[in-house]
Design a protein around this ligand. Structure first.
Ligand code: F0G
Length: 457
């Protein structure tokens, strides 16, 4: 088989500033060994997130010029509505400035004290919005989804048995909605199968509980269904996406992922009464219903991006990139969460650096070294992000996994950038026994990973 090439040519470039190892040493020290505090110009390859970091196409930039900035009834909204409606089938489409704004509106209306919202795994902002509205967010991913070595093809699936037991336990009346995150970001970008979405819907229908998709990476999920689930090989990704959405009652969307734009989102649903309420909140917090939190030009870019993201040559290249990284890491014996997901590779820090105890943050040790060695920015997803101090014992309580996420911006880096990343990982892996842990010198009371400062042990 021939190399699967980037299915685009480069028309505009953004220069990368090169730095030396010793410059990066100073930069890292000044940033308190926190990569969130390093200015972006001092990063060579930025794999902090795949959110809002995509490169737009020529047609998307043309859309930026076509944007209709009328306050009400803009042409850009009509085009946006028609595209989202074509892909999802939903009747009510409410533009928001990003995904969490759609979550805030939905859960502000549905979640309150005494309610429970189950999911395969809630993303942080989804969980935070549920909790902020007084509800309880519950994660019920299948056991394989928690095992970093399991090769289950749909590790993002929700556990139907557990969901059934949970509904009976808390009473369906107290479950205003169930969510499925496609793909499951917090579980490693793992897909959910069509069969699992259908079984979830069948179960929920018996109790009159609506199902919503957290659809940020719906196109990547559709491609996994096409390539892994029996019966879907001959369907287009657009048909598969439409079928996924048809099994749910609505979705929240961060357009910063699979709409290939730098800002935007929406809430889409069929329930007219809920949509009316959502629009009323939208007017107070985001804007008039035909622009929400966005400019007309943003709506144009999203409309075009939603069209491009479903092109199969794009999705083949996209998923192949992550798979390619996985294959090379396998050859080098570098431990990572398997199988490779849709948007990122997650290094398994506990196996990578077993001599660093979890309360000295092995993920942070690897992330800092990847920066020092090659100017690569990644993100610790482990004890710094999710660890807690037990109030009774004062001991550190670690999350189940210590990971370092390498999230891949869409259409931004070429194969040689990825080969460079592999070379840097190989060097850090070779000297893994010399890596040292970190301790906090400053820690904020909430979301400490963003602003913390560290020192090396
Ligand atoms: N849901 C999922 C599954 C996400 O991954 C994100 C964002 C959101 C909702 C919120 O969307 O940022 O537009 O408000 N994930 C980014 C990430 C931040 O890096 O994984 P948003």
């Amino acid at each position: 088989m021939k190399t699967i090439i980037e299915p685009f040519k480069i028309k505009v470039v953004e220069p990368i500033k090169m730095t030396t190892r010793s410059q990066r040493g100073d930069i890292l020290k000044q940033a308190g060994y926190n990569l969130f505090m390093v200015t972006a110009e001092n990063i060579i390859i930025d794999l902090l997130t795949d959110s809002g970091t995509a490169a737009m196409s020529d047609e998307q930039w043309a859309g930026i010029m076509r944007g209709d900035e009328s306050y009400a009834g803009a042409r850009s909204f009509r085009r946006f509505y028609e595209k989202v409606n074509e892909i999802t089938g939903y009747q009510h489409i409410i533009p928001t400035h990003q995904g969490r704004a759609a979550e805030r509106i939905l859960f502000g209306l549905l979640a309150k004290s005494g309610t429970y919202i189950p999911s395969n795994t809630h993303f942080d902002t989804t969980r935070a919005n549920i909790e902020y509205s007084g509800g309880v967010a519950i994660d019920l991913v299948i056991p394989e989804g928690k095992d970093p070595q399991s090769l289950h093809p749909f590790k993002g699936n929700i556990d139907i048995e557990q969901l059934r037991d949970f509904i009976r336990k808390v009473d369906p009346e107290n479950i205003p909605v169930c969510m499925l995150t496609v793909t499951n970001n917090s579980g490693g970008g793992q897909p959910v199968s069509m069969e699992n979405i259908r079984e979830t819907k069948d179960l929920l229908s018996r109790y009159n509980i609506p199902l919503f998709l957290d659809a940020c990476r719906f196109a990547e999920n559709a491609y996994f269904i096409k390539t892994r689930e029996p019966g879907y090989a001959d369907k287009t990704c657009q048909e598969i996406a439409r079928e996924m959405f048809s099994l749910a009652d609505g979705c929240t969307m961060s357009a910063k992922k699979d709409a290939l734009v730098n800002i935007g989102g929406f809430l889409a649903l069929n329930d007219e009464e809920l949509a009316m309420k959502a629009r009323n909140v939208l007017i107070v917090t985001e804007g008039f219903p035909t622009y929400g939190g966005l400019a007309g030009r943003d709506l144009e870019a999203i409309t075009q991006g939603l069209d491009e993201v479903l092109h199969e040559d794009y999705l083949e290249y996209r998923i192949r990139t992550v798979e390619y990284m996985g294959e090379k890491l396998d050859q080098m014996g570098v431990p990572y969460l398997k199988p490779p997901g849709g948007h990122a590779i997650y290094l398994d820090a506990k196996t990578f650096a077993p001599h660093i105890p979890v309360h000295h943050f092995p993920g942070q040790a690897i992330a800092c070294e990847l920066y020092l060695e090659g100017g690569i920015r990644t993100c610790e997803i482990g004890s710094i992000m999710f660890g807690k101090i037990d109030p009774d014992t004062g001991e550190h309580v670690a999350p189940p996994l210590e990971l370092v996420r390498l999230a891949f911006p869409r259409r931004v880096y070429t194969q040689s950038h990825f080969d460079y990343v592999l070379e840097v990982i190989a060097e850090v892996f070779q000297k893994r026994k010399k890596l040292r842990g970190y301790r906090f010198v400053y820690e904020a009371p909430m979301l400490r990973h963003f602003t913390a400062r560290f020192e090396q042990i």
